[in-house]
Design a protein around this ligand. Structure first.
Ligand code: SF4
Length: 286
């Protein structure tokens, strides 16, 4: 994790007040997937990107799923991928080697080696610095929380969290191989985002939360979007999301629209305004 537990816990206190005033009815839980509206019209194994598309007209989904056009990942996507990979690798290394304080030099060396190997093939100096800084931030956060958990009676959720969790989203119409960035406690899903904020990020968190509910049959009411940016140095910001009734309905509508579009093969128009991070800019002649 790149965020300390107390930041996450502060957000959870705020989100709990939303949940109390506007609770989720059982029919909108992921585990109600056998019944409408949660039951999908077809099981197409959609990705979270398909449902929470960044393209205003969802043309990217049509290009991928109907026209079969594959695009090279944009620079923003490559940055996102590298950041995700380095966070999970550092967490894995620290968890594998850190058993006692005397293990720390060995853990440090292992992370140093990992950073060198992950940055070796990167062409962009900016990306190299981002990956290095995110790696060390993750290392310091996880190690300090480990020490804290050893010498106090307080829980350190970042240390307890599961990272890179595989989830079967089939029951709610999603892929059978979704990858959730982290689950610090059972009713919270964490999603790392690199770059600018966007409304569809809340929809991604909702998709993961409902897939987890369908798989684990426990309520998942809270999402934490961890934004990782670069402004001459790494910047981390957290936004809490209450996965309440409105977001769940939006997810269901969005998923059903995508299913209809794919089943009918209907070609959507080109969007008027396209994000400059879209990998299909050339294909759409933008
Ligand atoms: S270039 Fe524009 S219209 Fe085409 S997929 Fe991307 S966002 Fe959509």
């Amino acid at each position: 994790m790149v965020v300390r537990s107390e930041v996450l816990l502060r957000w959870l206190r705020v989100l709990r007040s939303y949940a109390e005033s506007y609770p989720v009815e059982p029919g909108l839980r992921g585990w109600s997937w056998q019944f409408p509206p949660v039951r999908p019209r077809a099981f197409l194994g959609l990705s979270v990107y398909d449902v929470a598309s960044y393209c205003p007209s969802r043309r990217d989904v049509w290009l991928r799923r109907v026209a079969g056009v594959r695009a090279q990942p944009s620079q923003a996507m490559r940055f996102g991928l590298e950041v995700h990979e380095v966070i999970s690798s550092v967490v894995r290394v620290v968890r594998s080697y850190l058993r006692a304080p005397r293990d720390l030099p060995r853990v440090f060396k292992a992370v140093e080696k990992l950073v060198v190997s992950r940055t070796a093939g990167l062409a962009s100096p900016e990306l190299v610095r981002l990956v290095e800084e995110v790696a060390w931030l993750t290392y310091h956060t996880v190690v300090s929380e480990w020490f804290w958990s050893q010498c106090s009676s307080f829980l350190a959720p970042a240390m307890l969290s599961l990272s890179e969790v595989r989830v079967d989203g089939t029951p709610v119409g999603l892929s059978s191989n979704l990858r959730v960035d982290a689950i610090p406690v059972s009713n919270v899903v964490v999603d790392f985002k690199v770059g600018r904020r966007s409304d569809n990020h809340e929809l991604s968190v909702t998709a993961y939360a409902m897939a987890l509910e369908a798989s684990l049959e426990v309520p998942v009411d809270y999402g934490l979007l961890v934004y990782i940016g670069w402004n001459g140095g790494v910047q981390v910001d957290v936004k809490g999301v209450y996965v309440g009734p409105d977001l769940r309905r939006t997810f269901i509508d969005s998923r059903d629209e995508v299913i209809d579009m794919v089943l009918s093969s209907r070609e959507p128009p080109k969007a008027v305004e396209c994000p400059n991070t879209c990998p299909y800019l050339e294909v759409c002649g933008k």
